[in-house]
Design a protein around this ligand. Structure first.
Ligand code: GDP
Ligand code: MG
Length: 457
């Protein structure tokens, strides 16, 4: 028998936020609500109907003038009876309301427990629950769109169909194991083909992981280069601010300056750094050490080169420091020098993603830079619908397991092993897919997912 849980569902900040919601879910939520809400006038308690009145402590005073909304299960977020109090925002009132819910028999909800109940009651699958988590945390419209697609069940359907097809192939093999005499013999090449198709689709989903990670976490871009190359000018032009001080003096930027922008729906943190050189000045030396640190944690490095100087040994030294991190070379000040001859002299490294001409001081070349970044993270020229699915780390790991199992199964077929060997790996793939949607998920997996939710969700 499930109990009744309660939590504050909205972010409560003292003196901010005009409305806060306290939410209950479980079999006693209506009974508790009726004891602590005095309806004004002659309104009837009805499911999915908002009532106006007063929240009261049955043993004490009135707490708030509020609205209450009862949603009878299964037509609710959790599929249980849910009650929401829409109170005045403000930490004191809301906590009192929650306390009274507790005094009347509700238990304080664990983080994510409402969503866990929605999952356990079969309203959503695990990928939809993860989508809700992503939606709450989304920082850009694009990240929100991706999360909403997951909430709507786009990934769930795709995974479900993969798993169903995997089960169909398994059934066909297992039927032969049980009733070999009554059925025509198995066609190994047809089975192998079906398994290969499944693997290809699972790999397609796997390939969406990078852009998913980008949209969720955002991209950290470090601007590096020699003093005076135009790094701070690039940051300022790109962020349309004067965050970084720009002067004709080398060594002006002495600390890492960062700015948050959105590039085609991708959250991007841009770090402007001190020019990398041997400095005599103690402050500049510390700034350079921090710049190196920024370089090491960046997802992408922009190496700004002064086109008037061309590609110099100092630039080659910086490129070496960048190691194998993805890098784009920005040939700056192309208003003063032709970038084309320099392009040839930039060494082709495997991590070099693009060479881009720019006039940072005038903001020329930023569009091409943004396009190159979106292309680099796999958010380039793809139709919007194809961008909606982006698997997270957990799903990536499960899909990789499924792909490996499907591959082994094809190996067993190709090696001429008997059909019961094929089915061992297919069953492993089926199980991996089932863990993703939650059909086969174990408790530890559920704990890990739902602990990441905030209280009240
Ligand atoms: N002509 C020209 N000057 C630039 C350009 N970008 C930066 N500058 C100038 O180069 C100098 C150094 O720029 P700054 O952004 O401070 O370089 P940083 O040391 O790499 O941060 C400043 O005088 C800028 O006005 C550009 O694209 N064209
Ligand atoms: Mg600077």
């Amino acid at each position: 028998m499930t109990d009744t849980i309660a939590a504050i569902a909205t972010a409560v900040v003292p003196q901010q936020g005009s409305v806060a919601i306290v939410r209950m879910s479980g079999p006693d939520s209506l009974a508790i609500a009726r004891q602590m809400f005095r309806v004004a006038g002659r309104q009837m308690w009805e499911s999915h109907r908002v009532l106006y009145g007063w929240i009261v402590d049955p043993r004490g005073p009135e707490l708030d003038e509020a609205l209450v909304l009862w949603m009878q299960g299964p037509r609710s977020y959790t599929r249980e009876d849910v009650v929401e109090f829409h109170c005045h925002g403000g930490i004191a009132v809301v906590q009192e309301v929650l306390r009274v819910c507790g005094a009347l028999g509700a238990r304080l909800a664990e983080p994510g427990e409402f969503t866990l109940r929605a999952f356990l009651n079969g309203r959503i699958d695990l990928t939809q629950a993860e989508g809700i988590l992503d939606l709450v945390g989304a920082r850009t419209d694009r990240a929100a769109r991706m999360a909403l697609a997951a909430v709507r069940g786009k990934l769930a359907q795709t995974l479900q169909s993969l798993r169903d097809r995997c089960s169909d192939v398994l059934a066909e093999i297992e039927a032969r194991l049980d009733f070999a005499e009554d059925l025509p013999p198995l066609d190994p090449s047809a089975i192998a083909q079906a398994v290969a198709a499944l693997q290809q689709e699972a790999e397609g989903l796997l390939a969406t992981a990078d852009r998913g990670a980008c949209l969720r976490r955002g991209l950290k871009v470090a601007i590096v280069g020699q003093p005076n190359a135009g790094k701070s000018s690039l940051l300022n032009a790109w962020s349309r601010t004067d965050r970084a001080i720009v002067t004709p003096l080398p060594g002006t930027t002495r600390d890492v300056v960062d700015s948050h922008l959105t590039v085609g729906g991708l959250p991007v943190q841009v770090l402007d750094t001190a020019g990398l050189r041997e400095a005599d000045d103690e402050i500049e030396r510390l700034g350079i050490a921090r710049s190196r640190q920024a370089l090491l944690t960046a997802d992408l490095v922009l190496l700004v080169v002064d086109a008037r100087q061309g590609w110099t040994p100092a630039d080659a030294g910086i490129l070496q420091e960048i190691g194998d991190r993805p890098v784009m070379v920005v040939l700056n000040k192309t208003d003063l020098a032709d970038p084309e001859p320099i392009r040839e002299t930039v060494p082709s490294a495997p991590n070099l993603q693009a060479v881009l001409p720019m006039v940072a001081a005038q903001g020329v070349g930023l569009e091409a830079l943004e396009a190159a970044i979106l292309h680099h993270v796999g958010l380039g020229r793809l139709p919007a619908a194809d961008l909606e699915i982006a698997v997270n780390e957990r799903q990536q790991a499960g899909l990789a397991q499924a792909v490996a199992a499907l591959e082994r199964s094809q190996g067993a077929i190709a090696a001429g092993l008997p059909p019961d060997f094929w089915s061992i790996d297919l069953r492993a793939a089926q199980k991996a897919l089932g863990e993703l949607t939650g059909e086969d998920a174990v408790e530890s997996v559920l704990d890990r997912i739902f602990q990441r939710f905030c209280l009240g969700k």
